[in-house]
Design a protein around this ligand. Structure first.
Ligand code: BG6
Length: 486
């Protein structure tokens, strides 16, 4: 465990979902691990007029639900919440910022982190007021939650405003997928071993599939989701980052800029979509009411906060092409959806099958070697190989080689634990640089434009299913199928 210096973490939008569900449980775990110095404090900001005790009562139940029972200790929780102070703050009120400044006054030399977990529309105004209230100095950092803007222009505008107050070295654009243990494992697998490198390329790999399927729907975030959609909520950031980690060249070191330079090159090598390829290589869907195992699941248009004529997509499938020496000709199939039949995040790398098999055909079993990297619900890495079945016949069967990269049963850090401590330590490796973000927005722009210009509604799919039929057609057109249930 790497010790961190004392810090103030100032959370804007602290009464929102993210603080209770992710930030506070993550900080609680770091508190229990003994990583938080005694003087580290959390200043929760929200528009409601609450006392600190009211705030803690408001978030406690929810936060505790996200702490696995076996790791919850009432005594530790009690000592943890003593670090939290709540202040009422309206993002447009100079007087409220002055009160915040008063609260933080004694600690000019401390690391001060401003975590902006509000609508991105407020980011610029908050940064300006932080500056005019003299709250920003060389020890300050700002964390920006995604999605940052809704397109390249809006993201650029927000970034320019933030950069007029904070330098790029002080800005931490968070994509929590980069903090997941399995993503670190994927990098370790690629860059800590020699055996995969010669195979990690066209000619060896037939295709790459990245799936990010959720069982949950919009979960009370209707208003936000309806103006965002799956492309902006998941593809432009989480799926893009996973693709980058799979496809990037080995960086010359783990330094933040070396890693980010390589990711940027991948995004820049992605083949831009045209209206024709948006039509042929992308699919958008929207879930409809259905009944699964006797349970009625509502459709997207019936969810609270959703416009009943909305064309917002809750499912996206894409075929992406990377035009560089390593990946030319290797399709990357990406898909994400809400209200799917299972909750799974995984990367599946399929290698070419044998040019000629000397074994008799093995029924119901495709002899393709695959590497599975599952991030959720379980973190696991498996290599699928063919082996001989015991007995006198030469029959092959698929076997799964469990590549347990951690080799221990220790609790894995949640992404936010790792990322929050990285911010305190000033390590930007797992955060998104502005040029990376811009390149990602640029790549999805033609898709957004084509969809916005079309009067066609997203293809319906039943809630609790594996998505719209056209997602199957998209991949089957290349004589490949989505890999399910690995
Ligand atoms: C968030 C999205 O960034 O990621 C949510 O806004 C989504 O819509 C969530 O549910 C998924 O994160 P995880 O870590 O639960 O897979």
């Amino acid at each position: 465990m790497i010790a961190v210096n004392p810090f103030d973490l100032v959370i804007f939008g602290a009464t929102g979902d993210l603080a209770a569900r992710k930030l506070l449980p993550a900080l609680y775990h770091r508190h229990c691990a003994g990583q938080l110095p005694q003087q580290a404090q959390i200043i929760a900001l929200g528009r409601n007029d609450l006392s600190s005790a009211d705030y803690i009562a408001l978030v406690s139940d929810k936060s505790q639900k996200y702490i696995t029972e076996q790791y919850f200790d009432a005594g530790q929780w009690q000592s943890f919440i003593e670090r939290i102070a709540y202040l009422k703050l309206d993002a447009g009120s100079d007087a409220d910022f002055a009160r915040l400044a008063l609260h933080l006054q004694d600690a000019q030399e401390r690391i001060r982190i401003f975590y902006l977990s509000t609508s991105p529309k407020l980011f610029a105004g908050i940064c300006e007021r932080l500056a005019s209230s003299h709250l920003v100095n060389a020890h300050s950092r700002v964390v920006l939650e995604k999605p940052l803007g809704h397109d390249l222009e809006s993201a650029d505008l927000i970034n320019s405003c933030v950069e007029s107050v904070f330098s790029e070295q002080q800005i931490y654009r968070i994509d929590h997928y980069l903090g997941k243990e399995a993503v670190q494992n994927l990098m370790a697998l690629r860059f800590g071993n020699s055996i995969f490198e010669p195979l990690w390329r066209h000619g060896q790999i037939r295709d790459v599939q990245i799936t990010l399927a959720e069982k949950i729907g919009v979960e009370g975030r209707g208003e936000f989701y309806d103006s965002t959609g799956a492309l902006r909520d998941m593809v432009q950031n989480h799926l893009m980052q996973l693709l980058c980690i799979v496809a990037m060249e080995p960086p010359i070191s783990m330094d933040a800029d070396n890693v980010r330079d390589e990711k940027l090159k991948v995004i820049r090598s992605l083949e831009p979509y045209t209206p024709a390829t948006v039509a042929s290589d992308t699919v958008r869907g929207q879930y409809r009411a259905s009944r699964v195992d006797g349970v009625d699941l509502p459709g997207y248009l019936e969810e609270a906060g959703i416009d009943s004529t909305s064309h917002t997509e809750t499912f996206v499938a894409l075929k992406a092409k990377i035009n560089n020496w390593r990946w030319s000709g290797v399709p990357f199939y990406l898909r994400t959806g809400k209200c799917m039949h299972e909750h799974v995040t995984e990367v599946v790398i399929s290698f070419y099958s044998l040019p000629h098999s000397i074994y008799p055909a093995v029924e119901k079993c495709e002899s393709v070697n695959r590497l599975y990297i599952q991030l959720q619900p379980h973190e696991r890495v498996e290599l699928h190989l063919m082996a001989k079945q015991a007995g006198d016949k030469n029959i092959l069967k698929p076997v799964k080689l469990d590549l347990d990269l951690t080799g221990s049963n220790e609790r894995h850090l949640d992404a936010y634990e790792r990322l929050l401590m990285d911010v305190v330590r000033g390590n930007q490796t797992l955060f998104v640089r502005r040029d990376e973000l811009n390149a990602a927005w640029k790549w999805v722009a033609p898709i957004m434009q084509s969809w916005a210009a079309s009067s066609e509604a997203p293809e319906p799919y039943a809630a609790g299913s594996s998505g719209p039929d056209r997602a199957g057609d998209l991949i089957e057109a290349d004589s490949v199928g989505w890999i399910e249930d690995c």
